[in-house]
Design a binder for this molecule. Structure first.
Ligand code: ADP
Ligand code: MG
Length: 239
């Protein structure tokens, strides 16, 4: 958020509080409420507010369970209880593109190359399990090639352009992150695409799983990711 280049790509994100929840729901209608220090999509909730002639309805989904409320106070108490006293964030919800009926997002793997440059070494799609609001592989998600996911939306030239944008986004994020935290040699950026094909940074992971790339039939990405990882580990032990 401190980078003028990167911050416009991050959906508005604020601390969880009763006042912030109300403001963000009014502003966006759909938001994500998630643990500040979470993994595997655990504890992530999708929250929505909708209006009709009968009044306002609030609902939230955690896992595959959806709860609906007619009053803000009971809705807030239930949601607050679901955070179980942990530190939570509220983020503008991105309406992710779908593969068939399932939402998907993208993991961009970015590593410091053996020559000391930040390089995007892997791009892979993650498709949510039926009825789920998270795409994480460790939460039932399915890994899929970018081509398979983007083909229904973009022609070959547009796909190539999109991959270029995503690679640059990863590399910009890596370089900026490294300035602040020089110890990190690899990051995994979770990127969501909306129906305007705008890429949004949902999260930056500092210990991304390299093995997800083994699931692609083309193993060239996996081999590169592992080679860069080994080179960085060697350097670390040499220092
Ligand atoms: N703001 C958001 N808009 C749309 N989907 C989101 C948003 N935040 C999270 N998600 C979904 O939930 C998943 C898990 O959220 P994330 O912030 O990456 O937490 P974790 O650290 O548990 O992976 C994301 O990969 C994405 O599928
Ligand atoms: Mg994530």
């Amino acid at each position: 958020m401190q980078s003028s280049e990167i911050s416009p790509l991050i959906p508005e994100t604020v601390k969880f509080s009763k006042a912030n929840l109300r403001t963000m729901l009014l502003k966006y209608g759909m938001i994500y409420v998630k643990p500040e220090h979470g993994t595997y999509g655990n504890g992530v909730m999708k929250v929505e507010q909708s209006k009709d002639s009968h009044g306002t309805e609030y609902k939230y989904q955690s896992g595959t369970k959806i709860k609906t409320f007619g009053a803000y106070d009971t809705f807030y108490s239930s949601l607050k209880k679901a955070t179980r006293g942990r530190s939570y964030l509220i983020q503008r919800g991105i309406v992710l593109l779908k593969h068939g009926k399932h939402r998907f997002d993208i993991r961009v793997m970015v590593q410091l190359s053996p020559r000391g440059k930040w390089e995007t070494t892997g791009l892979i799609g993650r498709v949510a399990e039926k009825g789920k609001i998270v795409t994480n592989y460790h939460n039932g998600g399915t890994l899929m090639s970018m081509e398979k996911l983007l083909s229904p939306y973009l022609n070959d030239a547009q796909q190539a352009q999109m991959l270029k944008i995503l690679r640059k986004l990863g590399e910009d994020t890596g370089r900026f992150y490294h300035k602040k935290y020089p110890g990190f040699k690899q990051i995994g950026v979770d990127v969501g695409l909306d129906n305007h094909m705008t890429p949004w940074i949902i999260e930056v992971n500092t210990s991304p799983d390299p093995y997800i790339f083994k699931h692609l039939s083309n193993k060239s990405m996996y081999r590169k990711v592992m080679a860069y990882r080994r080179a960085n580990e060697k350097k670390k032990s040499a220092n």
